[in-house]
Design a protein around this ligand. Structure first.
Ligand SMILES: [Mg+2]
Length: 264
């Protein structure tokens, strides 16, 4: 049961993994749809929960795949994490369960790092394919010594060709389980931090925007909470059957981004 928009919106916000591309290939009709939307004079921006690349790397990847996009039109959870920490714990010493691009973004944002639990002001949990027991031990010791606890995103897995990779939800769960604490804030979709960052970037009322993604609990939920139109694409983490069964109801359900274009 595919439902598609009947008119253009003024701004289109796209998730990346499972929505625009999978691995190193654009998904069907992504290029045609996004190019058509741009040609119609509408704004396109990209929003990812994935902090394993910087916005500069995402910009280069989109451009290489045939969708030239400046870094300023891309937001990911590490950009928003830096912004959030600058307000709550400026210049703090951090311990990061995350990968190099997140650490680079945090360093550029004025933060430093420590492995000493007594020095650590905050533990940052993230999508970390280098996660080991020794990191869990430091996070555990730091939080028990009073460190605060934040996370970039809470996705359970990241879709990749042929399957998925365990994402930040599993790192958060490991730290929560051993410390018996709850992560204080998850800044990625569908949080208010991400919503505020995107609306600040667009400078546009939410009702003129449409959020499109492959996950109900992050992409669609964020769009709905923000007062935007919300579209689910069936090219990634969500099947049509799962969409029917969910309490999160997008305005539109698309086979791929081609269905985002108004019917003529
Ligand atoms: Mg996705």
């Amino acid at each position: 049961m595919i439902q598609r928009p009947t008119t253009f919106y003024d701004a289109y916000i796209f998730d990346l993994d499972g929505t625009v591309y999978l691995g190193d290939a654009l998904l069907p009709n992504a290029q045609r749809a996004i190019t058509t939307i741009r040609t119609a004079g509408k704004r396109t921006v990209f929003l990812s929960n994935n902090p394993t690349h910087t916005r500069f790397e995402y910009s280069r990847k989109l451009t290489r795949l045939g969708l030239p996009t400046p870094p300023e039109d891309i937001l990911n959870s590490s950009v928003v994490m830096v912004d959030c920490l600058r307000h709550t714990l400026p210049h703090a010493k951090l311990f990061v369960c995350g990968e190099r691009p997140l650490i680079d973004d945090l360093r550029a944002g004025g933060f430093s790092f420590s492995d000493n639990p007594r020095e650590i002001a905050a533990v940052i949990a993230s999508f970390d394919r280098t996660f080991v027991y020794a990191k869990l031990q430091i996070a555990f010791d730091a939080i028990r010594a009073g460190a605060r606890f934040f996370a970039t995103n809470a996705d359970r897995y990241c879709p990749v060709p042929g399957g998925g990779q365990p994402d930040a939800a599993s790192i958060i769960a490991a730290i929560e389980a051993c410390t018996n604490t709850r992560c204080e804030a998850v800044v990625g979709k569908p949080s208010i931090y991400m919503t505020n960052a995107i609306l600040h970037l667009l400078q546009m009322p939410p009702e003129r925007c449409i959020m499109t993604g492959d996950r109900l609990e992050t992409d669609v939920q964020m769009g709905l909470t923000a007062g935007m139109a919300a579209a689910l694409t069936l090219t990634g983490a969500t099947t049509g059957q799962a969409a029917q069964a969910s309490a999160v109801k997008p305005h539109f359900i698309l086979n791929d981004l081609g269905d985002l274009l108004p019917e003529r």
